[in-house]
Write a protein that binds this ligand. Structure first.
Ligand code: ADP
Ligand code: MG
Length: 283
């Protein structure tokens, strides 16, 4: 799939090119997230601090319900922390913004717009001219290998294709960071592997910071520079694992001794966390 990725250097504004490593710096300081009040209060994320370097590919890995989406949403600006702060490139996050592209598990495209208009939506809202919107849409359509489908509607595309549109749509705003919440969770295994490789190609071309939430250990290790393992609810980061597998990553690496060693660390942590959560629930 990497052959579908065209060179973006001439299309992407200066600030978003891979060599511009100073953008996409995420700093989370003492963030705690509690939903509800009083007897109803539910602590979703325990006090957490995190520093994500520009251009880094970070995976947040943890059991279902541990607070991965909540933590990601605090970077996206959909959730306001109960205490602590989140900043991207020194600017405090106070709500969603085009500097942070988001891709969800559900494709969340506009069903009444064709693929080209879905991708052009962000640039249009940002006040770009029709000519610019069209040029940006074409660039990103080509980038995700969907130029031929520009005039189709989301319902006419497979799940994998829709998710490629979702990624293109997020990137078309030239964000500093790309936030992805189990984006490939609804796809079949084969499509998922292809999407992972495609995403890595885009990431290496784009040089963008990616924070990618998953509950799949193999996916996290295959993609990431860093895997942050979260505890069972209320979530906190219990391990920050640096993945030093060479790049470009190759699916064949999944059988290497190094990959297996990382996998064992992740699985052991998740297993003990799941057991702890199970015991808590049944106490
Ligand atoms: P994960 O993404 O790891 O599966 P979530 O971040 O979705 O976990 O949820 C963490 C906890 O926060 C869960 O107990 C969930 O029920 C709760 N939660 C998430 N979003 C909300 C919300 N908007 N209102 C109340 N509780 C929420
Ligand atoms: Mg979630």
């Amino acid at each position: 799939m990497s052959t579908q990725v065209v060179s973006l250097k001439e299309h992407i504004p200066h600030r978003a090119i891979a060599s511009q490593k100073e953008i996409g710096h995420i700093v989370i300081e003492d963030v705690e997230i509690i939903f509800g009040k009083g007897a109803e209060a539910n602590q979703a994320v325990k006090k957490t601090s995190l520093d994500i370097t520009p251009g880094e590919f970070v995976c947040i890995l943890g059991p279902s319900g541990c607070g991965k989406s909540t933590l990601l949403n605090s970077i996206a600006g959909y959730v306001t922390p109960s205490s602590g702060s989140v900043a991207v490139d020194g600017t405090p996050v106070t709500g969603p913004g085009p500097d942070r592209g988001m891709v969800f598990q559900q494709y969340s495209l506009f069903p009444w717009k064709n693929i080209r208009d879905n991708i052009a939506f962000g640039p249009k809202v940002a006040g770009r001219t029709n000519v610019e919107c069209s040029s940006i849409a074409n660039t990103f359509l080509e980038m995700v290998g969907l130029s031929k489908f520009a005039d189709k509607y989301p319902a006419e595309l497979s799940g994998g294709m829709q998710q490629r549109v979702g990624i293109a749509r997020a990137l078309a705003n030239y964000p500093s960071v790309l936030l992805m919440d189990e984006p490939f969770g609804a796809l079949d295994a084969q499509t998922r592997l292809m999407m992972q490789e495609n995403l890595l190609s885009l990431w290496s071309e784009f040089g963008i910071t990616v924070v990618f939430v998953t509950n799949d250990v193999d996916e996290a290790i295959f993609l990431a520079d860093r895997v942050l393992i979260m505890s069972a609810s209320p979530g906190s980061i219990i391990d920050d694992l640096h993945i030093s597998l060479p790049r470009p990553r190759d699916p064949a690496m999944a059988t290497s001794a190094d990959f297996m060693a990382y996998k064992k660390i992740c699985l052991d942590q998740i297993r003990s966390e799941s057991l702890r959560a199970f015991e808590q629930q049944n106490r």
